[in-house]
Design a protein around this ligand. Structure first.
Ligand SMILES: [Zn+2]
Length: 257
């Protein structure tokens, strides 16, 4: 079997669509032709890249590893076969193009910025806490001196806890939650029939971020950074009252300002 014949069958071979005789012919050719063997491997690498669902959620680690090893394999082969090197460059370029396409696909269409992803998790956590009333608060208490120490030993930071009952936002309790790949503090407040979740965790970078608000899936979200902590507030409460809540919290945390 010639290289050209093999190449014509290689797609079908990769999909296990060939009959036994053709399969054996392709395999026999690839045993003696490094060129076609590598073409087949490259095809497989591309396919596994396109099929690996985990990559759509972890483009930075998994995808990079795949690409690096795929490119690394191609580069090694290229050194052994200098005459055919243009093929490997072309193959590497196609892998790179797929990479770019995949990254673009991953990062842009659904507004999946880092902030958007966090917002999505905040919403999920909030909804979950509303669906399971017994999970709304692991430590149901309106006493900040009960809720704050409850987090000791459960988190690698100590969240500020304030009861705002005197301002019309009584503290209901606190619970541990899991957001953005880390354990976070969730404080639950109530305003009439509306629940407010306040999520707190140490911010990754030290930048002081201006307050940002957004409205998603019927919920109002406000988030900001302060003194190395990241804060996310979410509720179905109307925006002006949620802003009021946020303002009170921020003033309590920063009495000087
Ligand atoms: Zn060949």
């Amino acid at each position: 079997m010639s290289c050209q014949e093999t190449r014509e069958l290689i797609d079908a071979y990769a999909d296990s669509e060939l009959d036994l005789v053709s399969t054996l012919n392709v395999e026999r050719h690839m045993q003696v032709c490094e060129d076609c063997l590598s073409a087949h491997r490259n095809l497989q690498a591309l396919r596994s890249l396109m099929n690996d669902e985990s990559l759509y959620f972890r483009p930075s680690s998994g995808l990079r590893k795949h690409i690096t090893s795929a490119l690394g394999a191609e580069v090694k082969t290229e050194r052994r076969l200098p005459l055919a090197s243009w093929r490997w460059l072309a193959a590497a370029a196609s892998v790179a193009l797929v990479t770019i396409a995949t990254f673009t696909l991953v990062q842009h269409p659904k507004g999946t910025s880092a902030e958007g992803l966090v917002a999505q998790e905040v919403i999920s956590s909030h909804v979950r806490s509303l669906m399971e009333p017994h999970h709304r608060a692991d430590v149901p208490s309106s006493d900040q001196h009960t809720v704050k120490p409850w987090f000791n030993g459960k988190l690698d930071f100590s969240p500020p806890v304030e009861n705002l009952a005197d301002r019309g936002f009584p503290l209901i309790g606190g619970r541990l939650d899991y957001l953005g790949g880390r354990s976070v503090a969730a404080l639950v407040y109530q305003r009439n029939q509306h629940y407010i979740n306040l999520f707190i965790w140490p911010s990754i970078d030290a930048r002081q971020m201006a307050e940002e608000s957004m409205r998603r899936q019927g919920y109002n979200l406000i988030h900001w950074d302060n003194s190395g902590m990241e804060y996310w507030v979410i509720s179905d409460l109307n925006e002006s009252e949620l802003r009021q809540f946020t303002e009170i919290i921020r003033n309590r945390l920063q009495p000087s300002s």
